[in-house]
Design a protein around this ligand. Structure first.
Ligand code: CAA
Ligand code: FAD
Length: 385
């Protein structure tokens, strides 16, 4: 079979996880992919399966019901899921790299004891930062929280929130003191039953099985004990988590590119025109070779950033590079995959066109490509001036 994974830096445990996620993705997710895309709905058996497989608390301690594995393991799971369905991949990604990580890194022991077991067991999480008027300019958010005795009252609205249709646990960023600018932003945990309203579920170009909703908070009453990471520290917590999260999106786009490649390339050797397999014409063979290089570069950038983060080294610039580049090559390779398979690839039957539709989001969420470039440019300026 294809051996495009050139990296041999994974531990036995990581390799075993990769194989078990591959099996889950192929057997459980695979048969549902097309239907979920067409219905724009995640299948509940897939969500349940992610929890049962132990994929929703990969880095969470065993004490809190998790698998206690490495950050790289979380990245491997995202990559493998994306080879089959980038929507399922991002569901797992947001839950692990954004939501669980905030609790693991910033919550008190008491908060961890309360929330992490639920997030490992069966409750899906959402990360609510963006608003209609603040996407890239995330710290200009308008959602407000006011103290009222032993509660906070949250008012405002969030837009573009992944997982929010199925989620029960929400991390909400709200400003408690706008006079302090972004230093008023605070992170709160709230549950759906406290009164979070889903105002709109988006219909999208790609990752259509992944829910993306507008949420309204109308005097949402949250206990004082639900502040995570300290008052006014929400902005720092959000961006530090996003720095890591971007490695997850890099892995999603890497898996997507590999999935499209795997779906298209064998066809080019079985389809003949002019008496020859189309994949053996030099014009095709060289494109395929270049796509293999594209995928390889994304893989090296992604896992290098993951290991640096795991080893406690600086990784923000490397993560931005990985996310930027994986998004570029995911679009390119999945687009080429359609061309390599001709009319067949343009139909919905092979699933190749879906990879291309799904690839577009990589350049938008968790910081657009321009935001990644801005981050990289700031580092270069610091290093060279
Ligand atoms: N790492 C650490 N700290 C950072 C940082 C980074 N990459 N970028 C900025 N900061 C800190 C600065 O140090 C500064 O803090 P101090 O005052 O304590 O020093 C503070 O943030 C403000 O810095 P700037 O004035 O430079 O930042 P800004 O206001 O111009 O923009 C930003 C900052 C909002 C973080 C912006 O750069 C950014 O990343 N925007 C994109 C937002 C984003 O990624 N949203 C994703 C939403 S979640 C999502 O999308 C999930 C999903 O789809 C699956
Ligand atoms: P804008 O910020 O308005 O950007 C528009 C264009 O302007 C972009 O090309 C951008 O690169 C460019 N631009 C903006 N500022 C600059 C600048 N300073 N320099 C150069 N160019 C610039 N958010 C969450 O909080 N949680 C989620 O779970 C979540 N999931 C999402 C899922 C989907 C499917 C989508 C589409 C979005 C999701 N988001 C989520 C929001 C996402 O993070 C934002 O869409 C993203 O940060 C971009 O913001 P924006 O859409 O407002 O675009």
């Amino acid at each position: 079979g294809p051996s495009l994974n050139s990296l041999d830096t994974f531990s036995d445990e990581e390799q075993m996880l990769r194989e078990s996620v591959q099996r889950f993705a192929t057997d459980i997710v695979g048969p549902k992919v097309r239907e979920m895309d067409e219905k724009e709905q995640m299948d509940p058996t897939v969500v349940k399966g992610l929890f049962e497989q132990g994929l929703m608390g990969i880095e969470t301690s065993a004490e809190h019901g998790g698998a206690e594995s490495s950050f790289t393991s979380a990245i491997i799971a995202i990559e493998e899921l994306a080879k089959v369905d980038p929507s399922v991949s991002v569901m797992c990604d947001v839950h692990n790299t954004l939501v669980n990580t905030i609790f693991r890194k910033y919550a008190t022991k008491e908060q961890q004891d309360k929330w992490l077991p639920q997030l490992s067991e069966n409750k899906l999480g959402s990360f609510c930062l963006s608003e209609s008027a603040s996407g890239s300019d995330a710290f200009a958010l308008q959602t407000r929280a006011k103290k009222d005795g032993d509660h906070w009252i949250i008012n405002g609205s969030k837009m573009w929130i992944t997982n929010s249709y199925e989620a029960e646990i929400f991390l909400i960023f709200a400003n408690i003191d706008p006079s302090k600018g972004y230093k008023g932003i605070t992170c709160f945990v709230a549950t759906k039953d406290m009164g979070i309203q889903i105002a709109k579920k988006e219909q999208k170009l790609g990752i259509r099985a992944s829910s993306t909703c507008t949420l309204n908070f109308d005097d949402l009453k949250v206990p004082a004990a639900n502040v995570i990471g300290g008052e006014g520290l929400g902005y720092k917590l959000a961006i530090e988590i996003l720095n890591e999260g971007r490695i997850g999106i890099a892995a999603q786009m890497l898996g997507l590119a590999q999935g499209a490649f795997n779906a298209a390339v064998p066809y080019t050797y079985s389809r003949s025109q002019f008496g020859q397999p189309v994949g053996t014409f030099q014009g095709m063979a060289f494109q395929i070779a270049q796509a293999a290089i594209d995928i390889e570069t994304a893989r090296l950038l992604t896992y290098n950033a993951a290991r640096r983060k795991e080893e406690g080294k600086s990784f923000t610039k490397e993560a931005a590079m990985a996310k930027y580049w994986s998004s570029v090559i995911a679009q390119r390779v999945s687009g080429q995959a359609i061309e390599w398979t001709g009319g067949v690839g343009f139909t919905r039957e092979t699933g190749i066109e879906k990879f291309w539709r799904d690839s577009k989001i990589g350049a938008i969420y968790e910081g657009t490509s321009n935001i990644q470039l801005q981050t990289i440019a700031k580092f270069i300026q610091k290093e060279y001036s």
